[in-house]
Design a protein around this ligand. Structure first.
Ligand code: NAD
Length: 456
C-alpha cells in the first residue's frame, strides 16, 4: 500500500519527532473539532441516534479534554526521565528517553466512533508517530466525516484515514506497522494479534466482555439505581464498560428492582421511545442479536422488552433470574438489557466473578469496608469502580484497559503517551575512574568486591 510507504518516509525524515510538529497537529485537531462541532453531532446522531448531551460528554468534549491535557503535558512527558544509577555503574547517568515507535495503526469500534479513534490518536500524535486511522465501517457517517475532515486539517503526509469493510481491513492488516491499537471484540482482537505476529508488531487490545455489577445490602439504594441506570442505558447499552448484569443479595433484591424502575421512569419517562435522550441500536444485525436474547425468557422480564425494528429501538429492559446457561448470561450483551441475578452472599458474588473471564470493569455498590476490601483483594478486572459506573473513564490518571480476556495494554493521559512510545533506557558512562573489578582474570578479591558493590 503506497500510502504506508509515504508515512514511513515521513517518519524517517524525523519531522514528527519535533515538539513543534506534535503540538501543531494537536492544535489542528482541536480546530478541526471546534469548527465542525455541529456536523460531528449530526454524524453521531445518524449512526447511533446519539443525543447532543451524550455526544458532547462521551465523544466530542472527551477528545477536546484529552487534547488540552496533551497540549499541556507533552513537553514534560517527552523529556528524558532521570532514574537512579547504581554504584557499580558510577560514574554515570541513567535516563529513560521516550521515542516514537514509527507508523502505528489505530482501529476503532463503532459504539463511540469518534472518541475511540481520536483519543488514541491524540496520544499517538503527541508521542510523535505517523498514523493510519481505521474507523469502524459500521458507524459509517462518522467514518466518512473523519475521512473528509482529517486530511483538511492534519498533516496528510503523516496521518491517513483508511476506510473500509472486513475485506479492506484484512488487506490493511497484512501491512507492517510499528504498533497496533485495536478497540473492538475479542474475536477480531485475535485476528489482529495473529496478523501483528507476522512482523512481531506489539499490540494494545481494548476489548470487552461482561462487566458485572455487585449490589450489597449496605448501600444507598436510590443513588445506586440512578448510577446503574445511567451507566447501563447511555448509548442504549452499547458501551464496553456498561454494567452487563447485576448480582444482588436476597435482602436487597426487591428494593433494588423498585429503585431501578423508578430511576428508569425519572431518566427516560414512561415511554423511553419518545425520550430525546435515549439512543438506538447501530444496525439490523445487532438489533437482531440483542432481541434474540429475549427469546424464551419472556417470563423473566420485569420492565421493558418492547422493540421496534424499523427504528432499531429496544426499550431499557430489566430481566430477573435468567438461566446462567442462556445466551444473555453467556455473551456480552452490548445493548439495553439488564439481567439481575440473586446471590446468597458477597462470597458467592466473588466466586461468581472468579468463575468467569476477567472483566473490563467491575462495579461494586457497598458502604461496607470489609466487603470493599474483599472484592478489591479477591477479584481481578481492568478497573474496579466502587459506588459508581462508567465515570472512572474521565480520570486520565488511570490507565484504561483490560486484563486477561478483556484486553492488554492501556491508554489515557500519560499511559497513552507511553503506549505509543518506546521508553528507551540510555546509560551514559564516564571514562573517568574505570574500576578493574569486572575484568578478567576474576581473582578472589574481585568477586568479594563485586558482591559488596552490587549491594548499592
Ligand atoms: P467493529 O465491528 O466496529 O470492529 C472494530 C474494528 O475491527 C473495525 O475497525 C472493523 O473494521 C474491524 N473488523 C471487524 N471485523 C474484522 C475482521 N474479521 N477482520 C479484520 N478487521 C475487522 O466493533 P465490534 O467488534 O462490534 O465492537 C464491539 C466490541 O468492542 C464489544 O465487545 C465491546 O465491549 C468492545 N469495545 C471495547 C472498548 C474498549 O475500550 N475496551 C470500547 C468499545 C468497544
Amino acid at each position: 500500500m503506497e500510502f504506508i510507504s509515504q508515512l514511513r518516509h515521513t517518519f524517517a525524515s524525523g519531522k514528527t519527532k519535533s515538539l513543534e510538529w506534535r503540538q501543531g497537529q494537536l492544535l489542528a485537531l482541536k480546530q478541526m473539532l471546534e469548527e465542525n462541532e455541529k456536523t460531528i453531532y449530526k454524524a453521531l446522531f445518524d449512526d447511533l441516534g446519539k443525543c447532543q448531551f451524550e455526544s458532547h460528554v462521551s465523544e466530542y468534549g472527551f477528545v477536546l479534554k484529552d487534547i488540552a491535557l496533551f497540549l499541556k503535558k507533552t513537553k514534560q512527558w517527552a523529556k528524558p526521565r532521570n532514574v537512579k544509577t547504581p554504584l557499580l555503574l558510577q560514574p554515570g547517568k541513567s535516563k529513560i528517553t521516550p521515542e516514537p515507535l514509527g507508523t502505528v495503526l489505530i482501529m476503532g469500534a463503532w459504539n463511540y466512533p469518534l472518541q475511540l479513534v481520536l483519543s488514541p490518536m491524540v496520544a499517538a500524535l503527541a508521542a510523535g508517530n505517523c498514523i493510519v486511522l481505521k474507523p469502524s465501517e459500521l458507524s459509517q457517517a462518522t467514518s466518512n466525516l473523519l475521512a473528509d475532515l482529517v486530511p483538511k486539517y492534519l498533516d496528510p503526509n503523516a496521518i491517513v484515514v483508511y476506510e473500509g469493510d472486513v475485506a479492506a481491513t484484512t488487506e490493511l492488516l497484512k501491512q507492517r506497522f510499528d504498533h497496533i491499537m485495536y478497540t473492538g471484540s475479542e474475536a477480531v482482537g485475535k485476528i489482529v494479534m495473529r496478523a501483528a505476529s507476522e512482523y512481531l508488531t506489539p499490540v494494545t487490545l481494548e476489548l470487552g466482555g461482561k462487566s458485572p455489577c455487585i449490589v450489597d445490602d449496605n448501600t444507598n439504594i436510590k443513588v445506586t439505581a440512578d448510577r446503574i441506570v445511567w451507566g447501563k442505558f447511555i448509548n442504549a447499552g452499547q458501551t464496553c464498560i456498561a454494567p452487563d448484569y447485576i448480582l444482588v443479595t436476597p435482602k436487597q433484591r426487591e428494593p433494588l428492582i423498585k429503585a431501578l424502575q423508578l430511576s428508569l421512569i425519572k431518566q427516560y419517562g414512561h415511554d423511553p421511545k419518545q425520550s430525546p435522550d435515549y439512543g438506538r441500536i447501530i444496525n439490523d444485525r445487532h438489533f437482531q442479536r440483542i432481541t434474540g436474547y429475549l427469546n424464551g425468557i419472556e417470563d423473566k422480564l420485569i420492565v421493558g422488552g418492547q422493540t421496534d425494528a424499523e427504528q432499531k429501538y429496544i426499550a431499557p429492559t430489566l430481566i430477573f433470574g435468567p438461566e446462567l446457561t442462556s445466551p444473555v448470561m453467556q455473551e456480552e450483551i452490548f445493548g439495553p438489557l439488564l439481567p439481575i441475578i440473586e446471590v446468597a452472599s458477597m462470597d458467592k458474588a466473588v466466586n461468581f466473578i472468579n468463575d468467569r473471564e476477567k472483566p473490563l470493569a467491575l462495579y461494586l455498590f457497598s458502604n461496607d469496608e470489609l466487603t470493599i476490601k474483599k472484592v478489591t483483594n479477591e477479584t481481578s478486572a481492568g478497573t474496579l469502580s466502587i459506588n459508581d459506573t462508567v465515570v472512572f473513564m474521565v480520570n486520565s490518571e488511570f490507565p484504561f484497559g483490560g486484563v486477561g480476556n478483556s484486553g492488554m495494554g492501556s491508554y489515557h493521559g500519560k499511559w497513552g503517551f507511553d503506549s505509543f512510545s518506546h521508553l528507551k533506557p540510555v546509560l551514559h558512562k564516564s571514562f573517568f575512574a574505570d574500576a578493574p573489578v569486572r575484568y578478567a582474570p576474576y581473582s578472589g578479591w574481585k568477586q568479594k568486591a563485586f558482591k559488596f558493590l552490587a549491594k548499592f
